[in-house]
Design a protein around this ligand. Structure first.
Ligand SMILES: [Fe+2]
Ligand SMILES: [Fe+2]
Length: 150
């Protein structure tokens, strides 16, 4: 049986989290820079696909579903800004850069926790198993399309 969108989102979260840990721990500037570029592109594709496939549907439901989706989008915006700052300063100030990457890690952990608890709970109530699987395929397709544009 293929994965649901929730399985796919969770797998992406584990991957991004592990990659960010590696970025924070590595001493090699070249490796750090390369890993950061990968994380930046992957997060962008993940977040955009989430917004298109999951949040867009939740927003049409109103009430708490809509509010959770809007909050998620705001947190994506904040992550985007921190990613852009890290991109700009990556060759200048390693100490500050690493501290900033740790701030991104905190933001990411908070966001992942909210998604996997609150958002997932609402999604399971809103969509049946077949729909969650169909959304999993749409999520993959949306991510591929975004990655091709990068
Ligand atoms: Fe996510
Ligand atoms: Fe998200």
């Amino acid at each position: 049986m293929p994965d649901t969108i929730l399985d796919k989102i969770k797998a992406d979260h584990r991957e991004a989290s592990a990659l960010l840990d590696e970025i924070i721990e590595t001493e090699d500037p070249k490796a750090r820079s390369e890993k950061f570029a990968t994380l930046r592109d992957e997060l962008k594709a993940h977040n955009d696909a989430e917004e298109k496939v999951l949040y867009a549907r939740m927003k049409t439901k109103g009430g708490e579903d809509e509010e959770l989706a809007l909050e998620g989008e705001e947190e994506h915006d904040v992550a985007d800004k921190v990613l852009a700052m890290l991109d700009t300063y990556k060759r200048r100030d390693t100490k500050r850069w690493t501290v900033r990457a740790k701030v991104l890690k905190e933001l990411l952990e908070h966001h992942i926790e909210e998604e996997e608890e609150d958002v997932f709970e609402h999604a399971r109530d809103l969509f049946d198993a077949a729909t969650l699987q169909k959304m999993g395929e749409e999520f993959e397709t949306a991510k591929e399309r975004i990655e091709q544009q990068q």
